[in-house]
Design a protein around this ligand. Structure first.
Ligand SMILES: [Zn+2]
Length: 103
């Protein structure tokens, strides 16, 4: 499994550096079981998965394999997907629930 970290994710991790360790642990766990740990999102976030780090604090990611298999690739922007193999995880965003969803 290859993990890629989007700018927004890295930036959020700096902002919430107090729980960096927890986030890193969770990222490792997600890399082992991306589908078992993630909750598939709906609506405008279809194709993405969320996984809680702690109460009301989530990681949002996408899994190239699932995105292709489910046909979500027409909806979910994965800019360089063509250059990535199936076993790629992209960590998109991180933050308190409301902040991550942008409302
Ligand atoms: Zn992709």
């Amino acid at each position: 499994m290859e993990a890629l970290f989007e700018k927004a994710f890295t930036k959020a991790l700096r902002k919430h550096s107090g729980i960096k360790k927890q986030v890193e642990n969770k990222v490792r766990m997600i890399m082992e079981q991306p589908l078992a740990l993630g909750e598939p999102l709906k609506g405008p976030f279809r194709g993405f998965y969320s996984c809680p780090v702690k109460k009301n604090f989530i990681i949002i990611y996408l899994y190239c394999h699932a995105r292709r298999k489910k046909g979500d690739d027409e909806i979910v922007a994965c800019s360089d997907c063509a250059e990535r193999h199936d076993e790629t995880l992209k960590f998109v965003l991180l933050g308190p629930h409301d902040e991550a969803y942008g409302n």
